[in-house]
Design a protein around this ligand. Structure first.
Ligand code: SF4
Length: 278
């Protein structure tokens, strides 16, 4: 199994990402988000190292065309707590830098700030997922919002293009939470946002941990929502309403804003912030 694989191998019809490769330095994720889409991976909550990671990565990087974009990571977090001692992700980034890769980091971890020097040198961009206090209740072991905002600020100050991933927007959260997050991150170069979409297992996990949400989820996702591929979506009019509120706030602050897998048009130059990569 190669380490670098095409992003979105299932060619999801609402995905607007440019061609890019996906890379996960670790298998499994420690953050334990109840809404996670990647739990089809066996023993998902257990973070494991990959065999011969660095040797294999180097071989695959040698074959890449110039200017290839790598997105790290999409089915795990590249900065699990163990990365503090292991430094594996940092070693992978060093290799990518040597091979002239355009790197887009996606994380919920403040550990990423440790690599600000390296990421700034290679003009990598970092997307930090922060969605507000209500969403954080579903991100069981992830670092606090405050730590994530601070880390993103450190990266921005080091010259790393910073992206706020305001994802997922929860329909039962107070929209003021989203506005507060955007205001706290008003230094970012781009915002990408998306409403909560649920796979069957995530739906059951959320209800198991938060039985008080059962009725709301049933009403919004099962009775009135849309089924798109293997996901339950909110009704389109509600999604548009939520997304437009975020877009209006970004417009007010002069930040570009895009939507992820929504089928709703946006003006930003890319959804994922890849336009910031040089
Ligand atoms: S950080 Fe991402 S991959 Fe990890 S548990 Fe949360 S949603 Fe899943």
């Amino acid at each position: 199994m190669p380490l670098l694989t095409p992003f979105d191998p299932w060619k999801f019809k609402l995905c607007t990402c440019p061609p890019k490769l996906s890379f996960n330095p670790y298998t499994g994720c420690a953050h334990h988000c109840l809404y996670c889409y990647a739990t089809y991976i066996p023993r998902f909550w257990e973070v494991r190292e990959k065999k011969d990671l660095l040797k294999r990565l180097e071989k695959e990087l040698e074959k890449l065309p110039a200017g290839a974009i790598i997105s790290m990571s999409n089915s795990s977090d590249p900065y699990p707590p163990v990365e503090r001692e292991k430094g594996l992700t940092r070693k992978c980034i060093e290799l990518m830098k040597e091979h002239g890769v355009k790197l887009l980091v996606v994380t919920k971890s403040d550990i990423v700030a440790r690599d600000a020097d390296l990421l700034a040198e290679m003009r990598a961009a970092v997307a930090m997922t922060i969605t507000g206090r209500t969403a954080q209740q579903l991100e069981v072991n992830a670092p606090s919002m405050e730590k994530r905002i601070k880390a993103l600020k450190v990266l921005h100050e080091a010259g790393v293009p910073a992206i706020l991933r305001l994802d997922p927007l929860l329909p039962w959260a107070d929209e003021r939470e989203w506005m507060e997050v955007i205001e706290s991150c008003s230094f970012v170069d781009h915002v990408v946002t998306s409403t909560l979409k649920l796979k069957k297992d995530a739906y059951s996990r959320i209800i198991l941990h938060h039985p008080e949400l059962k009725e709301t989820l049933e009403e919004l996702y099962i009775k009135r929502g849309q089924r798109i591929s293997s996901y339950f979506y909110l009704p389109k009019e509600l999604r548009v309403e939520m997304l437009k509120k975020v877009e209006a706030k970004c417009n007010e602050l002069g930040i570009s804003c895009a939507f992820c897998r929504e089928g709703v048009a946006f003006k930003a130059r890319s959804c994922d912030g890849s336009h910031l990569l040089k």
